[in-house]
Design a protein around this ligand. Structure first.
Ligand code: HEM
Length: 81
């Protein structure tokens, strides 16, 4: 959030869709869908962290594999509004 990194393959800090001539042709669809889906989830539910986890104790450690992901998955629990 607040970052101005271009995800369209020109800045190598974030190349989720690849770069150059083989860049993902689904990028415009995927970019809209990710935001729409996330927005719909945030809008439709309240969310809480799993039992015993607080924002302060939440692990932000990452794990390098084919992609860089959180070492411990975030368990967010939806609450019906
Ligand atoms: C968040 C969703 C998506 C991510 C993160 C993603 C990511 C990627 C990546 C990293 C590549 C490889 C690029 C490269 O070789 O440099 C790729 C290729 C490709 N993607 Fe996606 N993609 C997504 C969604 C989609 C969607 C929605 C479509 C189609 C509707 C799509 C169709 C393709 C195709 C056909 C290729 C092969 C392109 C080629 O090899 O020339 N992708 N994608």
């Amino acid at each position: 959030m607040g970052s101005h990194i271009d995800i369209k393959g020109r800045e190598f800090e974030l190349i989720a869709f690849g770069a150059g001539r083989r860049i993902c042709p689904g990028l415009p669809t995927a970019h809209r869908m990710v935001h729409l889906t996330l927005g719909a989830l945030i809008h439709s539910f309240d969310w809480k962290l799993d039992k015993g986890i607080t924002p302060e104790s939440m692990s932000m450690v990452d794990k390098l594999g084919f992609t860089l992901r959180k070492a411990q998955f975030l368990q967010a629990v939806p609450i019906q509004i």
